[in-house]
Design a protein around this ligand. Structure first.
Ligand SMILES: [Zn+2]
Length: 146
């Protein structure tokens, strides 16, 4: 748990469930760590709100082919992305991570979370994040109304 700001309260859970519904991904609040994405649901038990939103962002930016790969882009860190690494090399993995990070933080901002804390945690600096939001605005606009 990174911060008390991201503890899943009933209110945050409602916001996260709504976000997942808009994106079209299923969450499992009873399945815990191990495999974050099992091809069907995102494991939420024990995760903080920011991590769950980040995982929803990974689903949002994934292709159909990627969505059937276990733990596609999901998990605690880039070194654990065995499935995604079997699909792509590291540069592409980092690109996917960059996009999912930017999208998740954008949603955190929309939902009233402490997004600046996540931006620091994901090592965004200065205007880079705002530039990324411009760069990925097609994806951001796809999920308007978050
Ligand atoms: Zn990620």
């Amino acid at each position: 748990m990174r911060s008390k700001d991201f503890k899943v309260t009933p209110e945050l859970k409602r916001k996260i469930n709504r976000l997942a519904k808009i994106v079209g991904v299923k969450l499992n609040w009873y399945r815990g760590c191990g495999i974050q994405w099992n091809g069907t649901t995102i494991a939420c038990k024990g995760q903080d709100a920011s991590n769950i939103i980040h995982d929803i962002a990974h689903f949002a930016v994934a292709t159909k082919k990627e969505r059937v790969a276990l733990d596609f882009g999901l998990g605690p860190g880039p070194d654990i992305y065995t499935e995604i690494k079997s699909l792509y090399g590291l540069p592409k993995c980092l690109k996917v991570e960059h996009k999912a990070s930017a999208l998740g933080i954008y949603w955190e901002k929309q939902l009233g979370f402490n997004w600046q804390s996540t931006a620091m945690y994901h090592a965004w600096e200065g205007l880079d994040l705002e530039k990324a939001w411009v760069k990925y605005n097609k994806t951001i606009n796809k999920y308007k109304g978050i």
